[in-house]
Design a protein around this ligand. Structure first.
Ligand SMILES: Nc1ncnc2c1ncn2[C@@H]1O[C@H](COP(=O)(O)OP(=O)(O)OP(=O)(O)O)[C@@H](O)[C@H]1O
Ligand SMILES: [Mg+2]
Length: 108
């Protein structure tokens, strides 16, 4: 799941020969949730793609390796299976942050 998101940053965020390829992965516990944030300083996601980023087969890499299922699978796993949330913030030219929150169940 995290690998899908990191792979997107590596594959989509830095086309060409960007001088810097900045990517952060932050993990922590926030209000009873395990939180993982994956942030890149890449090209960002255009608004039309961003609006449908969790839909199946939405890709800007049609015919060159993208199936458009990566974020769909992440959404399904996090929301349907793990009862968590996933949000994508992105601004073109500035980068992208994906935030996953999964509730931590208390034992007993
Ligand atoms: N970090 C990112 N930076 C720029 N664009 C992104 C980023 N993450 C996702 N995208 C955009 O969102 C689209 C959908 O992502 P998604 O992971 O669902 O599909 P994909 O990566 O194209 O194909 P797949 O994951 O199935 O190999 C991508 O094609 C890309 O345009
Ligand atoms: Mg992908």
């Amino acid at each position: 799941m995290v690998s899908n998101i990191v792979q997107n940053a590596v594959l989509h965020a830095f086309p060409g020969t960007a001088s810097e390829r900045l990517l952060w992965v932050r993990c922590g516990a926030v209000n009873g949730f395990a939180q993982v944030e994956i942030e890149d300083r890449g090209v960002g996601i255009d608004p039309v793609t961003l609006n449908a980023v969790f839909d199946p087969f939405v890709t800007t890499r049609m015919g060159s390796g993208g199936s458009g299922l990566g974020m769909y699978v992440v959404h399904n796993l996090v929301v349907e299976v793990l009862n968590g949330t996933v949000d994508v913030e992105s601004e073109q030219g500035r980068g992208t942050t994906v935030r996953v929150r999964i509730p931590m169940t208390t034992p007993g």
